[in-house]
Design a protein. Structure first.
Lengths: 311, 272
C-alpha cells in the first residue's frame, strides 16, 4: 500500500518534471513572437536612450552646430543653481504628492471595501479624475484658481477664509499644484489598495473578534500590516508619477510665477524646446533618469523588507 | 440608534470622497453651458439659467477644431493598432519564454519620463524630414502604447492554463497555429484591456504632439492648450472645448470601468 503510494507520487513527480522540461524546450521557439515589438522598442525606446547619453557629451544648440565637450554639461549641472532649485522643488512637490494621496487613498479604499447602496456608481465617479485628459483637468483648475473670478476663492469667502492667490503666488504655487495632483491621482492609490483589501484572509479578523479587539485595533494590528506590501507598491508608482508630473504643471503655470514651480521636467522642457540647448538638456535627462530609477529601486528594496517583516 | 449614527457618519465619508471628483466635472459642465456674463459673475452662478449651447457652437465654428479632432482620432487609433499588432505576440512570447528581463525592460520604459524620448526623436524627425505629417506623433505615441500593451498581455497570457495549447501542439499544430487558434481567442478579454488603456494613454497625451505638431497636425489636447495661451480667454468656449476633449475618455471609463481597473492594478497587485 505504502509502496503503491510512493510509486504514484514518484510517477507524478516524473511527469511534472517531464512537462517542465518540455515547456523549457518549447520556450526557445517563441522568440519570433517578440521580434516585431523588439524592433519597435529598439527604435523608439532604446535608441533614444543611447542617443541621449551620446548627446549629453556634446555642446549642441539647434542652429549653431555641435562639438564634443566630454563631461562639461554635467559639470555645468553641478554649478547651475536654477537646476538645483528645480531638483529641490521636485522633491518638495513629490513628497506632498505621494503622502497625501496615499493617506486619502487608503482611507477611500477602506470605505469602498464596505458594501453600501450605489457603491458601484460612487466608485465610478471617484475614479473618473484619473482617466480624464490632463490638459482638460488643468484648464478647469486654472479657471477655479483665478484670484478674482475663481470659484475657489468664493468658496473660501463663504467659510470666512481670506482669498488666496493660489498659483499666482510663489509661496503657494507648489501646494496648489499638489491639490490638482491629489485630485487627479488619489483614485489610482485607492484602486491598488482596494485590490489588496480584497485579497486579505478573514481568519485573523475572526480570531481578533473573539479576543475582543476593537475596530481600530483590528485595523492597526491586522489590516495595516497585511496591506503594507500593497501600500508600498502604491508609494512606488505614486513617487514615479509625481517625479514625472508635467502636463498639469506646464498648462497651469509653465513653471511660474518666475521659476517658483519649475520642476526638473519643466526645466528640462525649457532647455530643450525653448532655448534649444539639446546637449545640456540631454545631461538633465540622464541625471533625471538616474534619480527616478534610484528612488524606485530604494522603494522596491524597502518593500521587500516590509514583505519579510509581514511574514 | 448607534447603528443609524454609524451609517450617517459612513454616508458622510462617502459624500466627502466622491464630491471633489463630481463637483469639478459638474463645474466644467456648468461653465460650458453658461453665457460669458454668468461665467465671470461674482458671486458665481452655479446653475446655467437658461443653459446655452453657444459655447459648443463657437468651438465647432473654429474651422480647425474638426481637423484637430480628426488628428487625435488618427493618432490614437494608429498608435493603438500598431501597439496591439506587435504587443500581443510579444506578450505571448515573453510569457512563454518566462523572459523576466524583457519584462523589466518594458517596466523601465514605462517609468521613464516622456520628455527623455522626445529630444532624440525630435532631432531624428527633423533629419529625415517627417515633420509636418502625423507620422512623428503616431511614432512617438508608440512609446506609451507599446509598453502598456505588452505589459497587459504578458500578465494575461501568464494567467492562461498552458494545457490547452500543449494539447494542440501534441496533436501536431505549429506554435503559430497554437497561438492563433487556441491562445488568441482565449485572450480576448486581455486584448480589450490593452486596447482601452493604449487608446486612453494616447488620446490623453499632450507633450509629444505639443513639441512635434505643426499648425496642421495638432491633436486636441494641444489645440485646447493653445486656446488658453494665445487667444483672448473666454471661459465658456474653453470649458466646452475641454469637455469635448475629455468626454470620449470619460464615456469609455463609464462603460469599461471593470477592464480599466483590472489593467491598471495588474502588476501592482500581482507583484505584491
Amino acid at each position: 500500500m505504502a509502496d503503491g503510494l510512493a510509486t504514484t507520487a514518484g510517477a507524478a513527480r516524473a511527469a511534472a518534471a517531464d512537462t517542465a522540461r518540455r515547456r523549457r524546450t518549447y520556450a526557445r521557439h517563441y522568440w519570433p513572437f517578440v521580434v516585431p515589438a523588439a524592433v519597435v522598442v529598439v527604435a523608439v525606446i532604446i535608441f533614444p536612450w543611447v542617443f541621449t547619453l551620446w548627446m549629453s557629451l556634446q555642446e549642441w544648440r539647434i542652429g549653431s552646430g555641435r562639438s564634443f565637450v566630454g563631461m562639461a554639461n554635467y559639470q555645468r549641472l553641478l554649478t547651475d543653481d536654477r537646476f538645483h532649485w528645480s531638483v529641490l522643488r521636485t522633491l518638495y512637490f513629490t513628497a506632498l504628492a505621494v503622502v497625501i494621496p496615499i493617506v486619502l487613498g487608503v482611507a477611500a479604499a477602506i470605505v469602498f471595501h464596505r458594501k453600501f447602496p450605489l457603491r458601484g456608481l460612487a466608485r465610478t465617479i471617484f475614479i473618473l479624475p484619473m482617466m480624464a485628459t490632463p490638459v482638460a483637468v488643468a484648464l478647469v483648475w486654472t479657471m477655479m484658481f483665478h484670484p478674482q473670478l475663481g470659484v475657489l476663492n468664493w468658496l473660501l469667502s463663504q467659510v470666512g477664509i481670506p482669498p488666496s492667490l493660489w498659483v499666482y503666488d510663489a509661496d503657494t504655487v507648489i501646494p496648489t499644484l499638489v491639490i490638482v495632483e491629489v485630485w487627479h491621482w488619489t483614485p489610482l492609490v485607492m484602486l491598488l489598495v482596494l485590490g489588496g483589501l480584497a485579497s486579505l484572509p478573514v481568519d485573523p479578523y475572526e480570531a481578533a473578534k473573539i479576543d475582543g479587539a476593537t475596530g481600530w485595533q483590528a485595523f492597526r494590528y491586522i489590516t495595516l500590516p497585511l496591506l503594507m506590501p500593497f501600500i508600498m507598491v502604491a508609494v512606488v508608482i505614486r513617487t514615479i508619477d509625481a517625479l514625472k508630473a508635467f502636463d498639469t504643471i506646464y498648462v497651469i503655470t509653465q513653471g511660474g510665477p518666475g521659476t517658483a514651480s519649475e520642476t526638473i521636467n519643466i526645466f528640462l522642457y525649457l532647455n530643450a524646446f525653448a532655448y534649444y540647448n539639446m546637449g545640456y538638456a540631454s545631461a538633465v535627462v540622464v541625471v533625471f533618469f538616474a534619480i527616478i530609477i534610484g528612488l524606485a529601486l530604494l522603494l522596491l528594496w524597502s518593500r521587500e523588507r516590509f514583505k519579510d517583516a509581514a511574514r | 440608534m448607534r447603528k443609524a449614527l454609524n451609517n450617517l457618519v459612513f454616508g458622510f465619508a462617502v459624500l466627502v470622497l466622491v464630491s471633489p471628483a463630481a463637483l469639478v466635472f459638474l463645474w466644467m459642465l456648468s461653465l460650458s453651458l453658461k453665457t460669458e456674463i454668468d461665467n465671470i459673475a461674482f458671486p458665481p452662478v452655479f446653475i446655467p439659467n437658461p443653459p446655452t449651447l453657444d459655447n459648443f457652437r463657437a468651438v465647432f465654428e473654429r474651422n480647425d477644431f474638426l481637423r484637430q479632432a480628426w488628428n487625435s482620432v488618427v493618432v490614437s487609433f494608429g498608435a493603438t493598432a500598431i501597439a496591439l499588432l506587435v504587443g500581443i505576440p510579444a506578450g505571448y512570447g515573453i510569457a512563454k519564454m518566462r523572459a523576466t528581463k524583457a519584462a523589466v525592460l518594458i517596466l523601465i520604459a514605462r517609468i521613464t519620463p516622456g520628455l527623455s524620448y522626445l529630444i532624440p526623436l525630435f532631432l531624428l524627425f527633423q533629419w529625415i524630414g517627417l515633420t509636418g505629417t502625423l507620422w512623428p506623433i503616431v511614432i512617438t505615441h508608440l512609446v506609451l502604447t507599446v509598453p502598456i500593451a505588452v505589459w497587459v498581455m504578458i500578465g494575461f497570457f501568464e494567467g492562461l492554463p498552458a494545457e490547452l495549447e500543449e494539447a494542440a501542439l501534441v496533436d501536431g499544430a505549429t506554435i503559430w497555429q497554437a497561438f492563433r487558434h487556441v491562445a488568441l481567442p482565449l485572450a480576448r478579454p486581455g486584448i480589450t484591456v490593452a486596447t482601452i488603456l493604449a487608446f486612453i494613454f494616447s488620446w490623453n497625451n499632450f507633450i509629444f504632439a505639443m513639441v512635434l505638431a505643426g499648425r496642421e497636425t495638432r491633436t486636441l489636447p494641444v489645440a485646447v492648450n493653445n486656446m488658453l495661451t494665445f487667444e483672448q480667454v473666454s471661459w465658456g468656449p474653453l470649458s466646452a472645448a475641454a469637455l469635448l476633449v475629455t468626454a470620449p475618455v470619460l464615456v469609455l471609463t463609464l462603460i469599461a470601468q471593470k477592464q480599466i481597473v483590472a489593467g491598471l492594478t495588474q502588476g501592482g497587485v500581482k507583484g505584491a
